[in-house]
Write a protein that binds this ligand. Structure first.
Ligand code: SF4
Ligand code: SF4
Length: 62
């Protein structure tokens, strides 16, 4: 099964801390109008780093 981080759009507040935590380039995409992030799942290595920094618990590996 292919694993990737997933964003809970109800919980994300668009603080962008996850973007700075991710060691892979261009995984997170910030959506300024919605004020949240989305994930390019094909680039995510499912390392889980971003899930540890999100204070809103908006990120899960699945
Ligand atoms: S750290 Fe969490 S709340 Fe902040 S932008 Fe990332 S997913 Fe959203
Ligand atoms: S799980 Fe790792 S590779 Fe995937 S978005 Fe989070 S920090 Fe980046």
């Amino acid at each position: 099964m292919y694993l990737s981080v997933r964003v809970d759009k109800e919980k994300c507040i668009g603080c962008k801390i996850c973007i700075t935590s991710c060691p892979e380039p261009n995984v997170f995409i910030f959506l300024p109008e919605q004020k949240l992030v989305e994930v390019n799942e094909s680039r995510c290595k499912a390392c889980g780093l971003c899930t540890t920094v999100c204070a809103k618990e908006a990120l899960k590996i699945g």
